[in-house]
Design a protein around this ligand. Structure first.
Ligand SMILES: Nc1ncnc2c1ncn2[C@@H]1O[C@H](COP(=O)(O)OP(=O)(O)OP(=O)(O)O)[C@@H](O)[C@H]1O
Length: 640
């Protein structure tokens, strides 16, 4: 069974170790704004528990004074003048007081549950939204290392654990505190000697609990981590279900899920086994308290004070003692659940706070200026870049682009083309050198104002689950129907959208699965056009559409790109042949630059790539080549 730490567990562990007192922090940071609900919850819970003590006390008094006639009827905190003189009056007073206390306790329980649940749900809501907001601002490096399933597990499972802890545990802890203090007080007030017999278990239970907590703390951290690992595995597999089916690896994946699930089971079982010792242990302790009280009290009532004890004990007092002891037994035995939830919540909140304390390096400087509307001059000044601590993938990248120019980036796969443009969006910061837009270093302007000026159609177009229209208007939410349609027409998307059953209202499915790759690309292009940025980046944006559609898209984008700085990354060299300048990237360096004709004349890598593409066509069917050359010739004539 694999217990290798996942990369994301090491990222989180690093920061988790620095999180101190996560539960206290949870209360101070997120509980404070909801303090009023918490306070009402604590007060009503306390009152409800105290009211719960009234019936046994009244019952004891009634047994001794009304039924046995041993003692005068007297109630604590009630002046004797208020008490009826007749036995039947005292009987009905007892009934009324017990009934009243029970009804009041029920009302208090209603308020206790409503307020504590409101408190815990609000805290959970705040923690979850805050964690999400913080998380989405973290650096791309972080997302590269973390698994989506782990993040989902923090946002969902861990925050749910907090809620479970906050409502149930707060209530149980209050119950326990009130009962220990309240019952302890009443027992001491009634008969301090017998109270010692009943309550000696409390310090023993506290020591036992401390021992248990110190043993299970780390186990709960491991459990939370394995839940995340299992989530990641499931998330990965569901995302790759097509690959699994086509590679017929269902059996293999079934085993991998089984391994992850078994690991979760194993970790959980470890903690549960400890619980199996702790829980009955507590039960034994509380039973000892009950039985000892019964034995000592019983002997006392029947044949006078045993051993070192002195004074008298009535039957009513013993009944009250036993009923109250019984009330203490259950909550004490439930302590294990409280501890369980507490440790779980502690592990969860330390993961949440660890995530929140991860430093963000790609952020707007406090003195950062607003970039405003730009002309579109872009300069790369001797840029070197490495992902994380890896070897640099870009070296001495140096080029200038005038406003309105179109620049093509070509080169072998993995050469660094996409990375170059990610630096312009400031998804990563350069290791050395500078990237400037209109003369401003991208690190000196606010991130939002920079990214607002840039439209990026990525290599793997991403659509949100929603309608076509929602996807096109993403980021330009108040665009009119005409604007949406115009953008779609320019992206050559309007025709296929109109043919869909519900047109622009057609749902695209998760990640746009109900559309073809080319359709997804065109919707992403329409989205970018609608946002109307000054700088456009098309990263293999038309790689999934056929050459004819690509030509049509290019033609309709011509006037759009005319006065905007445009970067086009393409493997299909015909896509960039019209560019003002083409940068040929190889192994993270710009090895050639110039326009199409210059580069062909240079007879270097570009010319080779061009011949390879032409060479591939030689190997194709003669008819197709004939038609394709005619189309290519048409495209060239158009360009001319
Ligand atoms: N997030 C990342 N973390 C670490 N290395 C990365 C990451 N993304 C890319 N790389 C590496 O950086 C190098 C350049 O990748 P990049 O995606 O920029 O190449 P590219 O020229 O755009 O390739 P392609 O044409 O296949 O899209 C590659 O060696 C790649 O493995």
């Amino acid at each position: 069974m694999s217990t290798e730490p996942t990369p994301d567990s090491t990222v989180l562990d690093e920061y988790r170790d620095e999180v101190s007192r996560p539960i206290l922090r949870l209360f101070t940071q997120y509980g404070r704004p909801q303090l009023h609900w918490f306070t009402i919850g604590v007060i009503t819970s306390t009152l409800a528990r105290f009211l719960g003590l009234v019936p046994p006390i009244i019952l004891g008094i009634a047994i001794d004074s009304v039924f046995n006639d041993d003692e005068a009827y007297s109630l604590p905190l009630v002046p004797d003048g208020w008490i009826p003189g007749t036995e039947s009056g005292q009987f009905w007073l007892s009934v009324g007081l017990m009934g009243g206390a029970m009804v009041l306790a029920a009302i208090m329980h209603f308020f206790r549950m409503s307020t504590l649940n409101l408190f815990s749900h609000r805290v959970k809501h705040e923690v979850r939204t805050d964690t999400y907001r913080t998380m989405q601002r973290l650096d791309m490096d972080f997302f590269n290392q973390m698994q989506t399933g782990q993040l989902m597990s923090i946002l969902n499972n861990d925050t749910n654990r907090l809620e479970l802890f906050l409502d149930n545990m707060t209530d149980s802890a209050i119950q326990l505190a009130v009962l220990v203090v309240g019952i302890g007080g009443v027992l001491f007030w009634m008969n301090w000697q017998l109270a010692f017999v009943t309550l000696f278990v409390i310090p023993v239970a506290a020591l036992f609990t401390y021992w248990f907590m110190s043993l299970v703390e780390e186990m709960y951290v491991d459990i939370r981590q394995t839940v995340g690992d299992l989530n990641s595995r499931l998330e990965n597999n569901l995302g790759g279900i097509e690959v699994i089916k086509s590679a017929t690896t269902e059996e293999y994946e079934g085993e991998r899920v089984e391994d992850s699930s078994y690991e979760y089971f194993r970790q959980h079982w470890r903690a549960l086994r400890m619980n199996f010792v702790y829980r009955p242990g507590l039960q034994i302790l509380t039973s000892i308290a009950f039985v000892s009280t019964f034995v000592v009290g019983g002997i006392w009532v029947v044949s006078g004070p045993p051993g070192p004890f002195t004074g008298t004990l009535s039957v009513g007092e013993l009944v009250t003692f036993l009923l109250l002891t019984q009330q203490l037994v259950d909550p004490l035995a439930q302590m294990s659940e409280v501890i369980d939830r507490y440790e779980d919540a502690k592990a969860s909140s330390s993961r949440i706070f660890a995530l929140m304390s991860i430093p963000v390096t790609i952020k707007s400087d406090p003195d950062a200026a607003d970039l405003g509307n730009v002309e579109g001059r872009v300069e790369y000044d001797d840029v070197t870049f490495a992902y994380g601590d890896d070897e640099p993938v870009l070296h001495d990248i140096d080029f200038d682009v005038d406003p309105g120019q179109t620049v093509g980036l070509v080169g072998p796969t993995g050469a660094g083309k996409t990375t170059i443009l990610k630096l312009l969006l400031r998804l990563y910061d350069v290791s050395d050198g500078e990237v400037r837009v209109d003369g401003h270093d991208v690190r000196d302007v606010t991130l939002d104002s920079l990214r607002d000026q840039i439209g990026y159609v990525s290599q793997s177009p991403f659509l949100f689950d929603g309608t076509v229209e929602e996807n096109i208007t993403y980021g330009a939410f108040d665009a009119s129907d005409e604007e949406i349609e115009r953008a779609a027409k320019r992206a050559e998307a309007h025709d296929f959208i109109s043919k869909m059953p519900e047109g622009y209202d057609t749902r695209v499915g998760e990640r746009g699965v109900m559309l073809s790759g080319g359709q997804r690309q065109r919707i992403c292009i329409a989205r970018t056009i609608l946002n109307d940025p000054a700088i456009l980046i098309f990263d293999e944006a038309t790689s999934a559409v056929d050459t004819e559609t690509e030509m049509l898209i290019q033609r309709s984008l011509d006037d759009l790109t005319e006065d905007r700085t445009t970067f086009i990354i393409a493997h299909r060299l015909s896509t960039v042949r019209k560019a003002d300048e083409i940068l040929v990237v190889e192994d993270g360096r710009i090895v050639e630059r110039g326009d199409h004709d210059d580069l062909l004349a240079e007879d270097g890598l570009y010319a080779n790539l061009w011949s390879v593409q032409a060479g591939e066509m030689d190997a194709l069917d003669a008819d197709f080549i004939e038609q394709a050359s005619q189309r290519a010739a048409m495209g060239v004539q158009d360009e001319d």
